[in-house]
Design a protein around this ligand. Structure first.
Ligand SMILES: [Mn+2]
Length: 427
């Protein structure tokens, strides 16, 4: 574990510089009519769930190169998540994936999470892989399969995920299916969607009152010609057909290159159906790169829509923020720490937008100054605000520096025997 005492000691040597930087930025922001403490308090309230599948090294379709001290099971994964939360103060929730994370003893897992101060975010079902001993194969689809017996098996797995999630205190089920076609003509496009709605309705009917179902769309892969839930339009149609507890989940990597994701976010908020995010970054496709590592401006623009909706008190359910990344060449703990920081950075920048001025520029069709209003917020170095937010949460001023100094990875490498390399780890 990374202990609280260690974090406090690590902060001591950085406190004076931090205070100085925070005061300097505070003076700057005061001139812009912004109270830095309010921004820091808002950022301190931000939470993002860690994906259990991302604390181990990911992989590509070609190979996986495991690192030292990888988690061996879901209990080790919780340890890593707790270490990340200790350093960031923003990640006390974990999103599990079944059956990957299915323990023999669910109450024991819940008890361990309680001990570590962790809660469970939406649980994820998996009908895009066959599991050992499974009666029917998902090779040609799951919830939309032409064979009713396969669809029933896929529905049953989702109901099982809800059952397990209830024991763990989760309140949502995320459903992503790889169903689709590789060839024109392979699948009846309309009927496949109808079968999806029929299967999803059975899952929806099993949701407890305080649960929601998050529908995750993805343009392609593994289906390379047509995917049944390929875009936000299909996702929204499904959500609206199912009922108010069905919401749309936006994974930033699941769109064509250059698609205007912030606009999708705005439209889903308009419909009251934005359920949450899988944050990551991408250059070409579903690259699952670290959040904010490729296109931080886009991330800022997404948060700009979220803050705008908040200020307008737009009617939309509260959002499930989750990371969904594949760490192939970095220490996954470090990637998750830095991704959390980038999310808070985007949030802080979006909180700095002068919305009154922006509204006026928009009304007057002053395109240049409107874009400058956004840029002024984006180019402000909000790092001292992020550090302050972490201090408010008893976390580290410099989480990455503290992590490297903690020797956590080395301790894990000693305690956890090396995982074998081998097959592709794409998830
Ligand atoms: Mn995802």
């Amino acid at each position: 574990m990374v202990s609280q005492d260690f974090v406090v000691a690590n902060n001591t040597s950085r406190a004076a510089d931090h205070e100085h930087d925070y005061e300097t930025l505070g003076r700057q922001l005061r001139r812009r009519g912004i109270d830095i403490d309010r921004i820091a308090e808002d950022v301190a309230r931000f939470r993002v769930a860690l994906p259990s599948w991302a604390v181990g090294t990911g992989g590509t379709r070609f190979a996986r190169y495991p690192g030292p001290g990888e988690p061996r099971d879901v209990f080790d994964k919780l340890e890593d998540c707790a270490a990340i939360h200790r350093l960031t103060g923003a990640t006390d929730e974990v999103s599990l994936h079944f059956p990957w994370d299915q323990p023999d003893d669910l109450p024991a897992l819940k008890a361990r999470a309680d001990e570590l101060g962790l809660k469970f975010a939406p649980v994820n079902s998996n009908t895009f892989q066959d599991q050992p001993g499974q009666e029917h194969s998902y090779k040609y689809g799951s919830l939309t399969h032409t064979d009713a017996a396969v669809r029933a098996q896929a529905v049953a797995h989702n109901l099982d995920c809800i059952r397990m999630g209830k024991v763990l205190g989760s309140r949502a089920l995320t459903v992503w299916i790889g169903d689709g076609a590789n060839f024109p003509g392979q699948q009846h496009t309309a009927r496949a969607f109808e079968r999806y709605l029929e299967s999803a309705a059975q899952i929806y009917a099993a949701l407890p009152d305080d649960w929601c179902m998050l529908i995750e769309h993805k343009m392609y892969e593994p289906a390379f010609y047509a995917t049944v839930i390929q875009d936000w339009g299909s996702s929204l149609m499904a959500a609206q057909a199912l009922g108010p507890k069905a919401l749309c989940l936006v994974d930033l990597g699941h769109h064509a290159p250059n698609v205007n994701i912030e606009m999708i976010v705005a439209r889903l908020i308009h419909a009251g159906r934005l359920g949450g995010f899988h944050f990551n970054d991408s250059r070409y496709g579903d690259d699952d790169l670290d959040t904010g590592s490729i296109n931080p401006y886009r991330l800022f623009l997404v948060f700009n829509e979220l803050i705008d909706a908040e200020r307008r008190q737009a009617s939309n359910p509260s959002l499930a923020h989750m990371l969904d990344q594949s760490h192939n060449i970095t220490d996954p703990v470090e990637s998750l720490i830095s991704s959390t920081i980038e999310l808070q950075r985007a949030q802080a920048q979006a909180l700095l937008v002068d919305r009154e001025a922006l509204a006026e520029f928009q009304t007057n069709n002053d395109a240049l100054m409107a874009s400058q209003a956004l840029k002024a917020a984006f180019i402000t170095d909000v790092s001292p605000i992020l550090a302050k937010a972490r201090l408010l949460n008893d976390a580290a001023i410099d989480p990455l520096g503290a992590y490297r100094a903690s020797g956590y990875r080395q301790a894990c490498a000693a305690a956890r025997p090396a995982a074998r390399g081998g097959g592709g780890g794409i998830v």
